[in-house]
Ligand binder design. Structure first.
Ligand code: CTP
Length: 405
Protein backbone atom coordinates (compact mmCIF):
# COMPACT_ATOMS: atom_id res chain seq x y z
CA UNK A 1 0.00 0.00 0.00
CA UNK A 2 1.05 3.54 -0.64
CA UNK A 3 -1.18 5.21 1.94
CA UNK A 4 -0.41 8.89 2.39
CA UNK A 5 2.49 8.79 -0.07
CA UNK A 6 2.57 11.81 -2.31
CA UNK A 7 3.72 11.24 -5.86
CA UNK A 8 4.52 14.03 -8.29
CA UNK A 9 4.12 12.50 -11.73
CA UNK A 10 5.89 14.34 -14.55
CA UNK A 11 4.40 13.26 -17.86
CA UNK A 12 6.73 13.71 -20.84
CA UNK A 13 5.79 13.98 -24.49
CA UNK A 14 5.73 10.43 -25.80
CA UNK A 15 3.10 8.05 -27.09
CA UNK A 16 3.43 6.06 -23.85
CA UNK A 17 1.88 9.04 -22.05
CA UNK A 18 -1.50 7.31 -22.42
CA UNK A 19 -0.24 4.54 -20.10
CA UNK A 20 0.03 7.12 -17.33
CA UNK A 21 -3.76 7.13 -17.03
CA UNK A 22 -3.58 3.54 -15.85
CA UNK A 23 -0.59 4.32 -13.62
CA UNK A 24 -2.44 7.21 -11.93
CA UNK A 25 -5.50 5.06 -11.36
CA UNK A 26 -3.45 2.26 -9.80
CA UNK A 27 -1.49 4.66 -7.61
CA UNK A 28 -4.73 6.14 -6.32
CA UNK A 29 -6.20 2.68 -5.71
CA UNK A 30 -3.24 2.05 -3.41
CA UNK A 31 -3.89 5.19 -1.43
CA UNK A 32 -1.26 7.50 -2.96
CA UNK A 33 -1.95 11.14 -3.73
CA UNK A 34 -0.97 11.95 -7.31
CA UNK A 35 -0.22 15.43 -8.53
CA UNK A 36 0.67 15.81 -12.19
CA UNK A 37 2.97 18.13 -14.12
CA UNK A 38 2.84 17.80 -17.90
CA UNK A 39 5.33 19.07 -20.45
CA UNK A 40 4.01 21.00 -23.42
CA UNK A 41 4.78 18.01 -25.64
CA UNK A 42 2.86 15.69 -23.30
CA UNK A 43 -0.26 17.78 -23.85
CA UNK A 44 -0.03 16.84 -27.54
CA UNK A 45 -0.61 13.22 -26.57
CA UNK A 46 -3.05 13.41 -23.66
CA UNK A 47 -5.05 16.42 -22.57
CA UNK A 48 -4.67 18.06 -19.15
CA UNK A 49 -8.45 17.77 -18.88
CA UNK A 50 -8.32 13.98 -19.08
CA UNK A 51 -5.34 13.74 -16.72
CA UNK A 52 -7.02 16.08 -14.23
CA UNK A 53 -10.22 14.05 -14.33
CA UNK A 54 -8.33 10.84 -13.54
CA UNK A 55 -5.98 12.27 -10.93
CA UNK A 56 -8.77 14.26 -9.29
CA UNK A 57 -6.44 17.23 -8.96
CA UNK A 58 -5.56 20.27 -10.97
CA UNK A 59 -2.83 19.52 -13.53
CA UNK A 60 0.18 21.82 -13.77
CA UNK A 61 1.66 22.71 -17.12
CA UNK A 62 2.88 26.26 -17.18
CA UNK A 63 5.95 27.65 -15.44
CA UNK A 64 4.66 31.17 -15.84
CA UNK A 65 1.21 30.51 -14.51
CA UNK A 66 0.95 33.38 -12.06
CA UNK A 67 -2.03 32.10 -10.14
CA UNK A 68 -0.24 28.83 -9.59
CA UNK A 69 2.89 30.67 -8.44
CA UNK A 70 0.63 32.46 -6.03
CA UNK A 71 -0.98 29.51 -4.44
CA UNK A 72 1.63 26.82 -4.89
CA UNK A 73 4.70 27.57 -7.04
CA UNK A 74 7.20 25.20 -8.55
CA UNK A 75 9.35 24.96 -5.43
CA UNK A 76 6.48 23.76 -3.28
CA UNK A 77 5.24 21.55 -6.08
CA UNK A 78 8.59 19.77 -6.24
CA UNK A 79 9.04 19.46 -2.50
CA UNK A 80 5.57 18.51 -1.35
CA UNK A 81 6.06 15.06 -2.84
CA UNK A 82 7.67 11.96 -1.35
CA UNK A 83 8.80 10.79 -4.77
CA UNK A 84 8.92 12.27 -8.26
CA UNK A 85 8.16 9.87 -11.11
CA UNK A 86 8.95 10.87 -14.69
CA UNK A 87 6.95 8.82 -17.21
CA UNK A 88 7.41 8.64 -20.11
CA UNK A 89 10.93 10.03 -19.73
CA UNK A 90 11.69 10.97 -23.33
CA UNK A 91 15.22 11.28 -24.73
CA UNK A 92 14.81 15.06 -24.68
CA UNK A 93 13.57 15.17 -21.09
CA UNK A 94 16.44 12.92 -19.92
CA UNK A 95 18.93 15.17 -21.75
CA UNK A 96 17.48 18.28 -20.15
CA UNK A 97 17.54 16.65 -16.71
CA UNK A 98 21.18 15.67 -17.20
CA UNK A 99 22.10 19.21 -18.13
CA UNK A 100 20.08 20.75 -15.32
CA UNK A 101 17.84 22.77 -17.61
CA UNK A 102 14.92 24.66 -16.11
CA UNK A 103 13.15 25.86 -19.21
CA UNK A 104 9.69 24.57 -18.40
CA UNK A 105 7.71 23.63 -15.31
CA UNK A 106 8.69 19.93 -15.47
CA UNK A 107 12.45 20.50 -15.60
CA UNK A 108 12.26 23.34 -13.08
CA UNK A 109 10.54 21.03 -10.59
CA UNK A 110 13.15 18.33 -11.25
CA UNK A 111 15.98 20.77 -10.69
CA UNK A 112 14.44 22.38 -7.60
CA UNK A 113 13.47 19.21 -5.78
CA UNK A 114 15.20 17.67 -2.79
CA UNK A 115 13.23 14.44 -3.18
CA UNK A 116 14.13 11.11 -4.83
CA UNK A 117 13.37 10.76 -8.53
CA UNK A 118 12.40 7.67 -10.55
CA UNK A 119 12.39 7.82 -14.35
CA UNK A 120 10.68 5.46 -16.82
CA UNK A 121 12.39 6.07 -20.17
CA UNK A 122 10.49 5.55 -23.41
CA UNK A 123 11.80 6.22 -26.89
CA UNK A 124 12.71 4.73 -30.21
CA UNK A 125 15.34 1.94 -29.84
CA UNK A 126 17.93 3.90 -31.82
CA UNK A 127 17.48 6.92 -29.62
CA UNK A 128 17.78 4.71 -26.54
CA UNK A 129 21.01 3.08 -27.77
CA UNK A 130 22.53 6.36 -28.98
CA UNK A 131 25.76 7.20 -27.11
CA UNK A 132 24.27 10.56 -26.06
CA UNK A 133 21.34 8.86 -24.32
CA UNK A 134 23.64 6.22 -22.81
CA UNK A 135 25.80 9.00 -21.37
CA UNK A 136 22.80 10.88 -20.05
CA UNK A 137 21.30 7.84 -18.34
CA UNK A 138 24.67 6.90 -16.80
CA UNK A 139 25.00 10.44 -15.46
CA UNK A 140 21.48 10.44 -14.04
CA UNK A 141 22.14 7.11 -12.31
CA UNK A 142 25.37 8.52 -10.90
CA UNK A 143 23.35 11.49 -9.63
CA UNK A 144 21.22 9.02 -7.66
CA UNK A 145 18.20 8.90 -9.97
CA UNK A 146 16.47 5.51 -10.19
CA UNK A 147 15.55 4.08 -13.59
CA UNK A 148 12.80 1.56 -14.42
CA UNK A 149 12.77 -0.03 -17.88
CA UNK A 150 12.65 0.43 -20.78
CA UNK A 151 11.51 -2.93 -22.11
CA UNK A 152 12.17 -4.59 -25.43
CA UNK A 153 9.33 -5.18 -27.86
CA UNK A 154 7.34 -3.72 -30.70
CA UNK A 155 7.30 0.06 -31.03
CA UNK A 156 4.42 2.29 -31.95
CA UNK A 157 6.23 3.02 -35.22
CA UNK A 158 5.57 0.34 -37.79
CA UNK A 159 8.33 -2.31 -38.21
CA UNK A 160 10.40 -0.97 -35.30
CA UNK A 161 11.44 -3.43 -32.64
CA UNK A 162 13.95 -3.23 -29.84
CA UNK A 163 14.60 -1.76 -26.42
CA UNK A 164 12.75 1.46 -25.76
CA UNK A 165 9.19 0.64 -24.74
CA UNK A 166 8.21 2.29 -21.49
CA UNK A 167 7.92 -0.11 -18.54
CA UNK A 168 4.30 -1.18 -18.03
CA UNK A 169 2.28 0.70 -15.38
CA UNK A 170 2.41 -2.34 -13.10
CA UNK A 171 6.21 -2.43 -13.38
CA UNK A 172 6.48 1.28 -12.60
CA UNK A 173 4.12 0.74 -9.69
CA UNK A 174 6.32 -2.12 -8.43
CA UNK A 175 9.40 0.14 -8.62
CA UNK A 176 7.53 2.82 -6.65
CA UNK A 177 6.40 0.31 -4.04
CA UNK A 178 9.91 -1.15 -3.80
CA UNK A 179 11.26 2.35 -3.24
CA UNK A 180 8.99 2.86 -0.25
CA UNK A 181 9.15 -0.76 0.95
CA UNK A 182 12.92 -0.88 1.31
CA UNK A 183 12.19 1.95 3.69
CA UNK A 184 15.09 3.74 2.04
CA UNK A 185 13.01 6.86 2.32
CA UNK A 186 12.98 6.72 6.11
CA UNK A 187 15.88 4.43 7.05
CA UNK A 188 17.93 7.21 8.60
CA UNK A 189 15.13 9.45 9.80
CA UNK A 190 16.17 11.36 12.89
CA UNK A 191 19.88 10.53 12.40
CA UNK A 192 22.68 13.00 11.86
CA UNK A 193 25.34 11.90 9.38
CA UNK A 194 28.59 13.63 8.52
CA UNK A 195 30.44 12.92 5.28
CA UNK A 196 33.79 14.23 4.05
CA UNK A 197 34.41 14.24 0.31
CA UNK A 198 36.66 15.50 -2.46
CA UNK A 199 40.33 16.35 -2.35
CA UNK A 200 42.01 18.97 -0.20
CA UNK A 201 44.20 21.68 -1.67
CA UNK A 202 47.32 22.56 0.29
CA UNK A 203 48.69 25.92 -0.82
CA UNK A 204 52.28 26.35 -1.95
CA UNK A 205 51.64 30.02 -2.66
CA UNK A 206 48.45 31.92 -3.58
CA UNK A 207 48.28 30.29 -7.04
CA UNK A 208 49.78 26.82 -6.57
CA UNK A 209 48.75 23.87 -4.45
CA UNK A 210 49.33 20.18 -3.71
CA UNK A 211 46.31 17.91 -4.08
CA UNK A 212 45.17 14.31 -4.36
CA UNK A 213 43.22 13.02 -7.31
CA UNK A 214 39.56 12.91 -6.30
CA UNK A 215 36.36 13.86 -8.08
CA UNK A 216 34.26 13.68 -4.90
CA UNK A 217 31.69 11.55 -6.74
CA UNK A 218 31.61 8.69 -4.21
CA UNK A 219 31.50 10.90 -1.12
CA UNK A 220 28.85 13.19 -2.60
CA UNK A 221 26.78 10.14 -3.61
CA UNK A 222 26.92 8.89 0.00
CA UNK A 223 25.75 12.27 1.30
CA UNK A 224 22.90 12.25 -1.25
CA UNK A 225 21.90 8.68 -0.36
CA UNK A 226 21.93 9.45 3.38
CA UNK A 227 19.71 12.46 2.70
CA UNK A 228 17.36 10.37 0.56
CA UNK A 229 17.17 7.96 3.50
CA UNK A 230 15.89 10.80 5.68
CA UNK A 231 19.06 11.76 7.57
CA UNK A 232 20.14 15.27 8.39
CA UNK A 233 23.41 15.40 6.45
CA UNK A 234 26.45 17.62 6.73
CA UNK A 235 28.88 17.27 3.85
CA UNK A 236 32.34 18.75 4.39
CA UNK A 237 33.76 18.98 0.90
CA UNK A 238 37.12 19.95 -0.49
CA UNK A 239 37.24 21.46 -4.00
CA UNK A 240 35.34 18.62 -5.72
CA UNK A 241 34.11 18.21 -9.27
CA UNK A 242 30.80 16.72 -8.10
CA UNK A 243 27.90 19.13 -7.63
CA UNK A 244 26.48 19.86 -4.16
CA UNK A 245 23.78 17.25 -3.44
CA UNK A 246 20.26 18.53 -2.86
CA UNK A 247 18.94 18.89 0.64
CA UNK A 248 22.37 18.51 2.23
CA UNK A 249 24.22 21.17 4.22
CA UNK A 250 27.51 21.55 2.37
CA UNK A 251 30.52 23.18 3.99
CA UNK A 252 33.15 24.03 1.39
CA UNK A 253 36.75 23.89 2.54
CA UNK A 254 40.13 23.98 0.84
CA UNK A 255 42.79 22.51 3.10
CA UNK A 256 43.02 19.53 5.46
CA UNK A 257 43.18 21.82 8.45
CA UNK A 258 40.00 23.62 7.37
CA UNK A 259 38.35 20.24 6.83
CA UNK A 260 39.39 19.14 10.31
CA UNK A 261 37.94 22.31 11.87
CA UNK A 262 34.64 21.99 9.97
CA UNK A 263 34.30 18.33 10.97
CA UNK A 264 34.94 19.05 14.65
CA UNK A 265 32.47 21.92 14.63
CA UNK A 266 29.76 19.60 13.37
CA UNK A 267 30.10 16.83 15.93
CA UNK A 268 28.23 15.10 17.49
CA UNK A 269 26.75 12.91 14.76
CA UNK A 270 25.42 9.36 14.75
CA UNK A 271 27.75 8.21 11.99
CA UNK A 272 30.62 9.77 10.08
CA UNK A 273 31.90 8.65 6.69
CA UNK A 274 35.33 9.85 5.64
CA UNK A 275 35.44 9.61 1.88
CA UNK A 276 37.70 12.63 1.31
CA UNK A 277 41.12 12.16 -0.26
CA UNK A 278 42.92 14.34 2.24
CA UNK A 279 46.43 15.44 1.33
CA UNK A 280 48.75 13.80 3.82
CA UNK A 281 51.16 16.73 3.82
CA UNK A 282 51.04 20.49 3.54
CA UNK A 283 53.80 22.92 2.70
CA UNK A 284 55.50 24.40 5.74
CA UNK A 285 55.23 28.18 5.60
CA UNK A 286 53.31 28.57 2.33
CA UNK A 287 54.44 31.77 0.55
CA UNK A 288 52.13 34.76 0.89
CA UNK A 289 53.05 36.08 -2.53
CA UNK A 290 53.42 34.13 -5.76
CA UNK A 291 56.86 32.53 -5.92
CA UNK A 292 58.60 33.95 -9.00
CA UNK A 293 60.88 31.94 -11.24
CA UNK A 294 64.52 32.91 -11.24
CA UNK A 295 64.54 34.38 -7.76
CA UNK A 296 66.88 32.19 -5.73
CA UNK A 297 66.73 29.20 -8.12
CA UNK A 298 64.29 26.29 -7.94
CA UNK A 299 62.32 26.43 -4.67
CA UNK A 300 62.54 23.57 -2.20
CA UNK A 301 59.28 22.66 -0.50
CA UNK A 302 59.35 21.43 3.06
CA UNK A 303 56.33 19.29 3.88
CA UNK A 304 54.73 18.78 7.26
CA UNK A 305 52.11 16.16 8.07
CA UNK A 306 48.44 17.13 8.11
CA UNK A 307 46.13 16.12 10.92
CA UNK A 308 44.50 12.73 10.32
CA UNK A 309 40.83 13.69 10.50
CA UNK A 310 39.49 10.14 10.47
CA UNK A 311 41.85 8.96 13.21
CA UNK A 312 41.17 12.05 15.32
CA UNK A 313 37.39 11.57 15.18
CA UNK A 314 37.65 7.80 15.69
CA UNK A 315 39.69 8.42 18.86
CA UNK A 316 37.69 11.40 20.10
CA UNK A 317 37.25 11.04 23.87
CA UNK A 318 33.81 12.57 24.16
CA UNK A 319 32.28 13.00 20.71
CA UNK A 320 33.17 9.78 18.87
CA UNK A 321 30.23 8.92 16.58
CA UNK A 322 28.67 5.50 17.13
CA UNK A 323 29.87 4.45 13.71
CA UNK A 324 33.05 5.73 12.07
CA UNK A 325 33.64 4.69 8.46
CA UNK A 326 36.90 5.31 6.63
CA UNK A 327 37.90 4.79 3.02
CA UNK A 328 41.05 3.22 1.73
CA UNK A 329 42.12 3.93 -1.80
CA UNK A 330 44.82 1.41 -2.59
CA UNK A 331 46.72 0.38 -5.68
CA UNK A 332 47.89 -3.04 -4.43
CA UNK A 333 47.06 -5.57 -1.69
CA UNK A 334 43.77 -3.73 -1.28
CA UNK A 335 42.17 -5.81 1.47
CA UNK A 336 45.37 -6.40 3.47
CA UNK A 337 46.12 -2.69 3.56
CA UNK A 338 42.53 -1.85 4.42
CA UNK A 339 42.47 -4.28 7.35
CA UNK A 340 45.62 -2.79 8.74
CA UNK A 341 44.29 0.74 8.18
CA UNK A 342 41.04 -0.02 10.05
CA UNK A 343 42.98 -0.96 13.16
CA UNK A 344 45.59 1.79 12.84
CA UNK A 345 42.98 4.53 12.41
CA UNK A 346 40.63 3.17 15.08
CA UNK A 347 37.55 3.24 12.84
CA UNK A 348 34.76 0.65 12.71
CA UNK A 349 34.62 -0.01 8.97
CA UNK A 350 36.84 0.62 5.99
CA UNK A 351 35.42 0.82 2.49
CA UNK A 352 38.37 -0.28 0.38
CA UNK A 353 38.78 0.18 -3.32
CA UNK A 354 41.43 -0.54 -5.89
CA UNK A 355 42.23 2.75 -7.60
CA UNK A 356 45.09 1.51 -9.78
CA UNK A 357 44.72 3.35 -13.13
CA UNK A 358 43.58 0.23 -15.03
CA UNK A 359 40.34 0.07 -13.00
CA UNK A 360 39.08 3.48 -14.23
CA UNK A 361 37.55 4.05 -10.78
CA UNK A 362 39.33 7.36 -10.25
CA UNK A 363 36.96 10.00 -11.60
CA UNK A 364 34.71 7.31 -13.12
CA UNK A 365 31.09 6.51 -12.29
CA UNK A 366 31.49 2.89 -11.19
CA UNK A 367 33.16 1.41 -8.15
CA UNK A 368 34.15 -2.01 -6.88
CA UNK A 369 34.60 -2.03 -3.13
CA UNK A 370 35.26 -4.33 -0.21
CA UNK A 371 33.68 -3.57 3.14
CA UNK A 372 36.15 -4.40 5.89
CA UNK A 373 34.60 -4.68 9.36
CA UNK A 374 35.96 -6.13 12.60
CA UNK A 375 34.22 -9.39 11.79
CA UNK A 376 34.54 -9.89 8.06
CA UNK A 377 35.50 -8.69 4.60
CA UNK A 378 32.61 -8.39 2.15
CA UNK A 379 33.34 -8.18 -1.57
CA UNK A 380 30.61 -6.07 -3.12
CA UNK A 381 29.75 -6.46 -6.79
CA UNK A 382 30.87 -3.70 -9.14
CA UNK A 383 28.16 -1.03 -9.21
CA UNK A 384 27.61 2.65 -9.88
CA UNK A 385 28.88 5.00 -7.19
CA UNK A 386 25.23 5.88 -6.45
CA UNK A 387 24.40 2.20 -5.86
CA UNK A 388 27.47 1.69 -3.67
CA UNK A 389 26.31 4.73 -1.71
CA UNK A 390 22.77 3.37 -1.25
CA UNK A 391 24.12 0.01 -0.16
CA UNK A 392 26.46 1.62 2.35
CA UNK A 393 23.68 3.83 3.70
CA UNK A 394 21.44 0.78 4.17
CA UNK A 395 24.27 -0.93 6.11
CA UNK A 396 24.83 2.17 8.23
CA UNK A 397 21.10 2.36 9.01
CA UNK A 398 21.03 -1.32 10.01
CA UNK A 399 24.07 -0.87 12.24
CA UNK A 400 22.65 2.21 13.95
CA UNK A 401 19.35 0.50 14.61
CA UNK A 402 21.18 -2.54 15.95
CA UNK A 403 19.85 -4.99 13.35
CA UNK A 404 22.65 -6.67 11.46
CA UNK A 405 21.63 -7.67 7.92
N1 CTP B 1 42.03 10.60 6.08
C1 CTP B 1 41.74 11.68 6.90
N2 CTP B 1 42.69 12.63 7.14
C2 CTP B 1 43.92 12.52 6.63
C3 CTP B 1 44.24 11.42 5.79
C4 CTP B 1 43.27 10.49 5.54
O1 CTP B 1 40.61 11.79 7.37
N3 CTP B 1 44.82 13.45 6.88
C5 CTP B 1 41.03 9.56 5.87
C6 CTP B 1 40.49 9.48 4.46
O2 CTP B 1 39.34 10.28 4.31
C7 CTP B 1 40.15 8.00 4.35
C8 CTP B 1 41.18 7.32 5.20
O3 CTP B 1 41.66 8.33 6.09
O4 CTP B 1 38.90 7.71 4.95
C9 CTP B 1 42.32 6.68 4.45
O5 CTP B 1 43.21 7.61 4.02
P1 CTP B 1 44.59 7.24 3.30
O6 CTP B 1 45.17 8.52 2.87
O7 CTP B 1 44.34 6.21 2.27
O8 CTP B 1 45.39 6.59 4.47
P2 CTP B 1 46.83 6.96 4.98
O9 CTP B 1 46.74 7.19 6.41
O10 CTP B 1 47.42 8.03 4.14
O11 CTP B 1 47.61 5.60 4.75
P3 CTP B 1 48.62 5.23 3.58
O12 CTP B 1 49.65 6.29 3.58
O13 CTP B 1 49.06 3.89 3.98
O14 CTP B 1 47.83 5.20 2.30
Amino acid sequence: MLNDKRILLVIGGGIAAYKCMDLIRRLKERGAGVRVVMTEAAAQFVTPLLVGAISGERVFTDLFDLTAEHDIGHIRLSREADLIVVAPATADLLARMTQGHANDLATTCLLATDKPVLVAPAMNPRMWSHPATRRNVAQLRADGIAVVGPNAGAMAERDEFGEGRMAEPLEILAAIEAHFATGEAGLLKGRRILVTSGPTHEPIDPVRYIANRSSGKQGHAIAAAARAAGAEVVLVSGPAEAADPRGVRVIHVESAREMMAAVEENLPVDAAVFAAAVADWRVAGAAEQKIKKGEGGTPTLTLVENPDILAAVARHHTLRPRLVVGFAAETEQVVAHAREKRVRKGCDWIVANDVSPATGIMGGDANTVHLVTAEAVEDWPSASKAEVARHLVARIAAELSGSKP
